[in-house]
Write a protein that binds this ligand. Sequence first.
Ligand SMILES: Cc1cc2nc3c(=O)[nH]c(=O)nc-3n(C[C@H](O)[C@H](O)[C@H](O)COP(=O)(O)OP(=O)(O)OC[C@H]3O[C@@H](n4cnc5c(N)ncnc54)[C@H](O)[C@@H]3O)c2cc1C
Length: 449
Amino acid sequence: MHTSLEGHRPLTEVTVIGAGLAGCEAALQLASRGAPVVLWEMRPHLTSPAHSTGLFAELVCSNSFKSLDPSSATGSLKTELGLLGSFLLRIAHAASIPAGGALAVDRYRFANLVTKTVEAHPSIRVVRDECIVVPDGHSIIATGPLTSESMANSLFELTGTKGLSFYDAAAPVIDTLTVDTDIAFLQSRYDKGTGADYLNCPMDRDEYEHFISALVGAKRVVHKNFETSELFAGCQPVEEIARKGADSLRFGPMKPVGLTDPRTGRRPWAVVQLRPENASRTAFNMVGFQTNLTFSEQRRVFSLIPGLKDAEFLRYGVMHRNTFVNSPVMLDTTLSLHARPGVRIAGQLNGTEGYLESIAGGVIAGLNCFCAIKELPSLVLPVTSALGSLIAYITNPQTQEFQPMNVNWGLVPELDERVRSKRLRYEAYATRAKNSVSSTLSRHPLFEG
Ligand SMILES: Cc1cc2nc3c(=O)[nH]c(=O)nc-3n(C[C@H](O)[C@H](O)[C@H](O)COP(=O)(O)OP(=O)(O)OC[C@H]3O[C@@H](n4cnc5c(N)ncnc54)[C@H](O)[C@@H]3O)c2cc1C
């Protein structure tokens, strides 16, 4: 699949910082094409609060790379990564263990295989030390959600206060087609804007009280020690607000003022507002609903909200320590920093979320770094693909109040024809994604031939 584009001149050395999922993938993409790489990894001398070994690509929590179903967004991402020639996906398959419809790995085998592959590569020189400044020249920063303090400070100097965040407080995102619009109604508060910018899920008093008691009693994620001091500094989880008093949400994120339920002609007792997540309005987020509930509890409790009984969550709410750059204003579509072109940000640090997404960021940053060195056209995947839509989302300057995102079908444009069956719709998205990526790659000098 890979075309060797090695010229006669020695290629510029690329600095990759962080030998996690993104950094190892990026290093292998570059080195396999003949670009010399120096790869920095601070472990085991200096470790992060979540890692426990000195191995590369250590999985810090679950051992799952999610669904293998080719019609799911994560399944499609695997197909796309296969077309792009991802090394770590191949290693994940080699280290896989039976896990139903998911790709799960033996975490030690996986990390061992990645470490050996990277260390054995003749074009990769490993430096086991902390890199404390953002380098000049072609480089990829892939230091992850637990980036060391010195590197975070160096990034902070480069990006400014609006450029870097230290924790992730995201509200759930819902597939628009799964909201019951016989109950939820379109209206902006006091009819501002277009007058119909938000979807509103109205509650009467009984529904509200039932919801509040389920919310305060729901099971929450237990945070690791290193996370608790950073959490809740900036914004409160919805269940914490609810705990302050029966009416606290009704006078906070669930206030019903300026809204009229068309079914009753009256102002509801309380309202959950859903705000469009993208221009095509295929996904909506729950306004003010950043939460620490476990994923299964989010499903159970939030489905009590009128209009959301059968809602499908494209991403769940999360609150945890997470260093990430404000990519919509900081990065271009090749993941290069506007403030220092040639320096790319890959992995969770660029505001994507998830193991597979981190690998994908490594592929895109690695390939585009190589293209830049060889003066080839950039590789930008179509927005109809799972990966292309994720990169487009995180680098879209119009994205407001940016929070990290995983791949999901809510990010892709609608199909030309409306398909009501969810199964068929997802299959159509996946087919379109595969075809569009294949077609893009067949026309790019790195892959053609
Ligand atoms: C606690 C926690 C649990 C998570 N659980 C999951 C999960 O279950 N499933 C999921 O899909 N995603 C999960 N994630 C999110 C994310 O997918 C993972 O964090 C993923 O490992 C990110 O990949 P990465 O390559 O961006 O960073 P990492 O895999 O973290 O790699 C970054 C590397 O950079 C090194 N480093 C940092 N700073 C420096 C420096 N200055 N110099 C040199 N080296 C440095 C680190 O030691 C590390 O090896 C979790 C995140 C956290 C924080």
